[in-house]
Design a protein around this ligand. Structure first.
Ligand code: 5RP
Length: 228
């Protein structure tokens, strides 16, 4: 599902730029996915040079990478100084984003919302003029309770085409024990309305629209900001 133009060097540049924002003693939200993992590794490098930091991991995979680089983790029980995460699409003017192709969207959103500053990182393939520009290929991931998921899927049909995410011929199960319905809801010209509708649906845990959340994004070496 990842974009074919995805560029590891640009992801690394963005991850290192975000890691430079971290100050000694900070508590940092750690996103999920390949770019977020590069951020965790960049923090690990800075820790070797003496930086003291603790983190909150948004997925079991990120927790494993943090353990590998010796970054101490705490549970999400307080405000965080900063959260940094990748995205699947980032809208240039607003920094609204679609996330969740890695399946960690619910914890990622909790972590991002707990942070005083939320920073997105990505390679150039993630940057779009409007979120709906990538809609043909990019669904809005929706995390859904397993119990009654087919009924929830039927409700989602009023909003687009929901597809149960699969992995190795089995439904993909999130760290929270839920399934993901990838909602093809083009054209995504009113993301706020879709977000509100999705939140109101029984069985929906959360969705991958991250709207009005990020203040800053690093796209390779380019820095984008919006006032919040
Ligand atoms: C996981 C996510 C990821 O941040 C998103 O899929 C980007 O991944 P990558 O950095 O590997 O391109 O939302 O739920």
């Amino acid at each position: 599902m990842k974009s074919p133009e995805s560029n590891i060097e640009e992801k690394r540049q963005a991850a290192e730029a975000a890691a430079a924002l971290v100050e000694d003693g900070m508590t940092v939200g750690l996103g999920s996915g390949s770019t977020a993992e590069l951020f965790v590794r960049a923090l690990g490098q800075r820790m070797v040079a003496g930086l003291r930091v603790q983190g909150v991991a948004s997925s079991s995979r990120t927790a494993r990478v943090a353990a590998e680089v010796g970054l101490p983790l705490i549970e999400l029980d307080r405000r965080l100084d900063l959260a940094v995460d990748g995205a699947d699409a980032i809208e240039r003017g607003t920094l609204n984003a679609i996330k969740g192709l890695g399946g960690a969207l619910t914890r990622e959103k909790l972590v991002a919302l707990a942070a005083d500053r939320f920073v997105l990182i990505g390679d150039r393939s993630k940057l779009v003029e409007r979120l709906c520009d990538r809609q043909a290929e990019l669904p809005v991931p929706v995390e859904v309770l397993q119990f009654g998921w087919k009924i929830t899927a039927r409700r989602l049909e009023a909003l687009g085409r929901p597809v149960l995410r699969m992995q190795a011929n089995e439904p993909f199960i999130t760290d929270n024990g839920n399934v993901i319905l990838d909602l093809y809801a083009a054209p995504l010209d009113r993301p706020n309305d879709l977000a509100t509708t999705l939140h109101a649906l029984p069985g929906v845990i959360d969705h991958g629209l991250f709207l009005q959340m990020a203040q800053c994004a690093f796209i390779a070496t380019e820095r984008l900001t919006v006032a919040r």
